[in-house]
Design a protein around this ligand. Sequence first.
Ligand code: OAA
Ligand code: MG
Length: 212
Amino acid sequence: MSELDGAQLRISAGWTRPAPELVAEFARFQVANLGDAMERLGICDSGISPIWAGAKFVGTALPILTTAGDNAAIIKAQEFIQPGDVVMVNGAGDLGRALIGDNLVQRFAARGAAGAVVDGCVRDRDTIENLGFPVFARGVTPAGPFKNGPGVIGEDVAIGGVVFHPGDIVCADSDGIIVIPPARAREVLDAVLAVVAREEALDAEVAAATFS
Ligand SMILES: O=C([O-])CC(=O)C(=O)O
Ligand SMILES: [Mg+2]
């Protein structure tokens, strides 16, 4: 008997992922600069933050919808992780129970996941930090999850007030998380170069004391 027996889970597997080389191009940019290159939109609300200082990733969204306090869909979703995926969980923003901890994180990492984002809580923060696996969440609590379902894997979800489609490019750093539709990837990579150039010009003004 599996611990998930009886859990109502809907699964839509088989979405298209952008080329890893394209996703990797985003790693050298700050999320704030990417946001400025994208109308300053598509950014998760500030209630979701890294659970350890310095956590960051780029990857593609594996969206999961759970009900508050229940991680049956996340446990099942491990089967669908491909290298570079980000486990993106709509946990109903619930602050009462942790949906992932070091056990699941080790399994995500073993399958090559790039990170995890939980619109809800997580636990085992110190161990996750020692593992070096980037996790972003709304909070941390020692209270463990139930495993009854229901849940949905591989369909659009809202996380931090932003819609993530399966296979969307996701970038996260100390400032927060942004979603980039793959169809816009090239355009955003071009636009962010102009943002970076402008930031460098502003820095140069300060260095030269020519700012007003
Ligand atoms: O108990 C759970 O399912 C969550 C957890 O702590 C872990 O993944 O380590
Ligand atoms: Mg645990």
